[in-house]
Design a protein around this ligand. Structure first.
Ligand code: APR
Length: 233
């Protein structure tokens, strides 16, 4: 089976009702990004940040995967698929994708504030635990914090993602403005003779001389067109 790697961003979840970051009215229009999505912001006001992610986490209870997510899962019938996502929602999981790498963490998980990547203290929250409070402790006694990669923090899974991109026969970029590194740099690992597709209703500036087939549609319609092009279905 050919290897197909998907790099997804907030745009794939837009049709599920989850705001993107940099579209008009996006999350970074409403919140000061460095206050709610950086390690300095967390250290300056942990309660504000914990509540910001509580709201985003609870929203997961009201949204569901859209056809874009579902078709990413359906591609597993035709290809060896790995989904590399910048998203912290669990919609790829709920759509049935099996091999998922979350580069920027996961909303449904919490971790230690001392050492966020210590697997011993990373915990999946049950829906009834979705409201994290100041004073909730990780196993090492530190404040429980969202298992999210903030600006200024390492992206531990980027090596795994690059390893997958190096093996991609087909690389699909969907719903990301390719603004944020190292995620956007994954394109540079894709072999030169591989096919690259972009699914996005807008033009996306991508620093590359590679040939990219741009399906200028939203996630659901774009994934349907991609399926016709690469799987003939
Ligand atoms: N279908 C597909 N793509 C869409 C749709 C849609 N229905 N609606 C919007 N888009 C596209 C936009 O045109 C844009 O190119 O999704 C992209 C969203 O870009 P961003 O809002 O910048 O989101 P993303 O690229 O995922 O941001 C990357 O930045 O703030 C950090 O950690 C955060 O993971 C995030 C990272």
């Amino acid at each position: 089976m050919k290897k197909l790697v998907i790099l997804s961003g907030a745009g794939i979840s837009a049709e599920s009702g989850i705001s993107t970051f940099r579209d008009a009215g996006g999350l970074w229009d409403k919140y000061p990004v460095m206050q709610v999505a950086s390690i300095e912001g967390y250290e300056a006001d942990p309660e504000l940040v914990i509540n910001f992610y509580n709201e985003r986490r609870k929203q997961l209870l009201d949204v569901k995967p859209n056809q874009g997510h579902m078709l990413c899962a359906e591609l597993e019938k035709y290809f060896d698929v790995t989904v590399v996502t910048q998203n912290v929602d669990n919609l790829h999981e709920r759509a049935g994708s099996h091999n998922i790498i979350h580069l920027h963490g996961e909303l449904t998980k919490v971790c230690s504030s001392y050492n966020p990547n210590n697997p011993k203290y990373i915990k999946e929250l049950r829906p009834e635990e979705f409201e994290v409070k100041m004073g909730d402790k990780a196993g090492d006694g530190s404040q429980l914090r969202p298992f999210i990669v903030w600006f200024g923090e390492d992206v531990p899974r980027i090596a795994d993602a690059a390893y997958e991109a190096e093996k991609a026969d087909i690389f699909v970029i969907i719903g990301t403005s390719m603004n944020v590194y190292p995620a956007a740099g994954l394109l540079n690992y894709v072999p030169y003779n591989s096919d690259i597709y972009l699914i996005d209703p807008k033009d996306v500036h991508i620093e590359t001389d590679r040939k990219i087939t741009h399906i200028k549609k939203g996630a659901s319609e774009g994934m349907k067109e991609l399926m016709r092009m690469i799987a003939g279905v």
